[in-house]
Design a protein around this ligand. Structure first.
Ligand SMILES: *Cc1c(COP(=O)(O)O)cnc(C)c1O
Length: 409
């Protein structure tokens, strides 16, 4: 119904930017629609319409509990998305443990974590330990161990990196935090729906997720808080979410997120094989057809859907622009650095070579992608890179990229 009425600008686009956002699954949209109109009640209302909405919220909570392997549905707090969940987790931990004034995080976090930690350091005098990664994006465990002490309130480390897909061994990292009595939070926005998760069997205290990264709607997310973990609400008001996050529930969003969680669980095994196959073919063919590029973090454990390729001698902004003109949607590092000429902090932290660090392009796939998408992308990418290298001032001044490659690699 909606599909015939609205324009479909995405129909001709090969969309390889799933880590930025995903298409809301039509089954998610269908499940949400009644809660805008026929069943518009407020879950706090005591009449029948309110009761219907309250039951829908309960169902969404149960569906998320199942996807996460949480012990109780009440371990789930609905929020407006990944950023709010992350902010809540970090601020709550510091407030719950006022005598501990240190945080441990990593050099490759999403801006939602990094910017908040920088602000806490600058304005609240919190000491922030930023743990480095190696060239494959793997965390320096020795540095992490060295930073742990009873002064640390919270460790916040992402499950899967949004730019490279590199995975952290979060269950083990959480065990280490426990040894010093620190809380452990993970930004799992890119992992939820892509990796099997069973929180009951881990020491993870808090986990953040977002609907729109798993084919759910934008503006809805959740924070998992293990029962028994000290929690300080950051949004004050009514008694919603058991007094932990005030504000009338986003009922359509919660319904959509619940269905998205169920669909993700169903699709996960297939994605791990089929989408991984598409990603691997794309990456292998680019590396085979294009000189002077590297697949970033490809030797580490990583998500099945993500490939970041760093192309030497050219800027990712130019690459992404030309790919876009050819109908291929990809991304340069994190969306938040778009518009600035700073190289991605993730690629910098991974020590990507000087001549390639500004040329990182992220291709991120989802269950919506097909073999034909990869064919179309591969028909375009080598030509775009060759064209840009031909006009690159760096290449023009210094001679052929081949000659440079020998000098720099
Ligand atoms: C997208 C993303 C976020 C932010 O989630 P929003 O719901 O868009 O606020 C946080 N962390 C990671 C790793 C992400 O990819």
């Amino acid at each position: 119904m909606t599909e015939s009425r609205v324009a479909q600008p995405s129909a001709d686009i090969v969309y390889l930017d799933a880590n930025a956002t995903t298409r809301t699954d039509p089954r998610v949209v269908d499940a949400m629609l009644p809660f805008f109109s026929g069943y518009f009640g407020n879950p706090s209302s005591k009449h029948a319409l309110g009761g219907h909405a309250a039951r829908a919220v309960k169902r969404g909570r149960d569906q998320l509990q199942a996807l996460l392997g949480a012990a109780s549905p009440h371990d789930i707090i609905f929020t407006s998305g990944g950023t709010e969940s992350i902010n809540t987790a970090i601020l709550s931990a510091l407030e719950a443990m006022p005598r501990r004034r240190e945080i441990i995080t990593t050099a490759v976090e999403h801006p939602a974590v990094m910017a908040l930690c920088a602000w806490l350091e600058k304005t609240k005098g919190i000491r922030v330990h930023v743990i480095p990664v190696d060239r494959q994006g793997r965390l320096d465990i020795a540095a992490y161990r060295a930073a742990l002490s009873d002064r640390v309130a919270l460790v916040s480390m992402m499950w899967a990196n949004n730019e490279t897909g590199v995975l952290n061994p979060v269950a083990d990292l959480a065990e280490l935090a426990k040894e010093v009595g620190a809380l452990f939070h993970t930004d799992a926005v890119q992992a939820v729906g892509k990796c099997p998760i069973d929180l009951q069997s881990t020491a993870i205290d808090m986990l953040s997720l977002s609907g729109h990264k798993l084919h759910g709607p934008k503006g809805i997310g959740a924070l998992y808080v293990r029962s028994g973990v000290a929690f300080k609400p950051q949004i004050k008001g009514g008694q919603h979410e058991r007094g932990r996050r005030a504000g009338t529930e986003n009922v359509p969003g919660i319904v959509g997120l619940g269905i998205a969680a169920e669909l993700a669980a169903e699709a996960m095994a297939d994605e791990d094989i089929r989408v991984r196959g598409l990603r691997d073919r794309l990456e292998r063919e680019i590396l085979a057809q294009v000189d002077h590029c590297v697949a970033v973090g490809a030797r580490a454990e990583r998500l099945p859907n993500t490939s970041t390729i760093a192309f030497s001698f050219i800027d990712s902004e130019a690459i992404v622009t030309l790919l876009d003109r050819a109908g291929i949607a990809a991304s340069m590092g994190s969306a938040c650095s778009t518009g600035s000429f700073e190289p991605s902090h993730v690629l910098v932290a991974m020590n990507v070579a000087e001549e390639a660090v500004r040329g990182g392009v992220r291709f991120s796939l989802s269950r919506d992608n097909t073999d034909a998408d990869i064919d179309r992308a591969l028909a375009v990418i080598p030509g775009v890179i060759a064209k840009l290298r031909a006009i690159s001032p760096f290449c023009a001044n210094q001679g052929a990229p081949q000659a440079l490659g020998r000098a720099h690699v």
